[in-house]
Design a protein around this ligand. Structure first.
Ligand SMILES: Nc1ncnc2c1ncn2[C@@H]1O[C@H](COP(=O)(O)OP(=O)(O)OP(=O)(O)O)[C@@H](O)[C@H]1O
Ligand SMILES: [Mg+2]
Length: 252
């Protein structure tokens, strides 16, 4: 397995809060890695730093051998790192942010604010959608594609978000609670799709998820954050037995 992402001693502080405090790890191509940890432990901030939303106060981020530290989100996106967002609170604001993320990496000319759902149904994208997403598209999104701006459920929004992430032909997907608010059965279907995508396209995933029983059925590696640091990096079986992890969760 070749190394895709190398995070070296990355830190991000908000005033006195050490949201990410010296994090180092590597992701190999084709890995599916779970990122867990108590609320406020720095998971979302870590994804924000990798995807360029925040510039790190310290450390380096290497993607495919290239130093991407401090690059703008748009440029990082075009390198093939795509992130999804945690539960949207401001729906309209969310849309703007996501619309920007939608076009294919190689189609910069398109107006990102118009592109989203029209482009989805053009042949090229439709082909992509069919082959890569299969049922996600069919059984959920085709139904809401005309009225999606008004009333999507949390689960539907997550599906839209995931679908869009994949439309851009990413290499690394950073998913922030992709199945939060999604019923268990559908959540499992989505995770099965993720595994299939990895198998078919060699995509790499870093996935934040709070439901460990669910997550652990699909990932082969788990990183645990606590107070901005990674306190565990290993197989899911070892997580429950690790004293530091137990303490982190009990002390929540
Ligand atoms: N923009 C910000 N400004 C100030 N503090 C922030 C900001 N973003 C995050 N923080 C703080 O940084 C810490 C880490 O937050 P973060 O959202 O990364 O945690 P998390 O692990 O994703 O939590 P959760 O599981 O609840 O989503 C928290 O103390 C949070 O309050
Ligand atoms: Mg978070």
């Amino acid at each position: 397995m070749s190394e895709l992402l190398n995070v070296q001693d990355v830190a991000k502080y908000f005033g006195g809060i050490k949201a990410v405090d010296g994090v180092s790890f590597t992701l190999n191509e084709g890995e599916i890695v779970g990122l867990i940890g108590p609320n406020g432990s720095g998971k979302t901030t870590l994804i924000n730093v990798i995807s360029g939303v925040y510039k790190p106060d310290r450390g380096r981020i290497i993607f495919e051998g290239e130093d991407i530290t401090g690059m703008d989100p748009w440029d990082i996106f075009h390198k093939g790192i795509v992130r999804s967002f945690q539960i949207p609170r401001l729906f309209h604001k969310m849309l703007v942010v996501e619309n920007v993320m939608v076009p294919h990496r190689n189609q910069r000319g398109e107006n990102p604010l118009i592109a989203p759902f029209h482009s989805m149904w053009k042949p090229q994208e439709e082909e992509l959608a069919r082959t890569t997403l299969g049922t996600i598209m069919d059984f959920q999104l085709s139904r809401v594609r005309r009225n999606w701006a008004s009333e999507l459920s949390g689960g539907q929004m997550k599906l839209v978000e995931m679908t869009r992430s994949l439309m851009s032909e990413p290499k690394l997907l950073l998913l922030d609670e992709p199945v939060a608010g999604v019923a268990p059965k559908l959540a499992r279907e989505i995770f099965s799709h993720i595994v299939r995508l990895r198998n078919e396209y060699d995509l790499t995933f870093l996935i934040i998820e709070h439901r460990l029983d669910l997550l652990f059925d699909y990932v082969e590696r788990v990183m645990v954050m606590n107070y901005g640091k990674i306190i565990y990096d290993g197989d899911p079986e070892g997580v429950h037995k690790d004293p530091k992890v137990i303490e982190a969760y009990l002390g929540e």
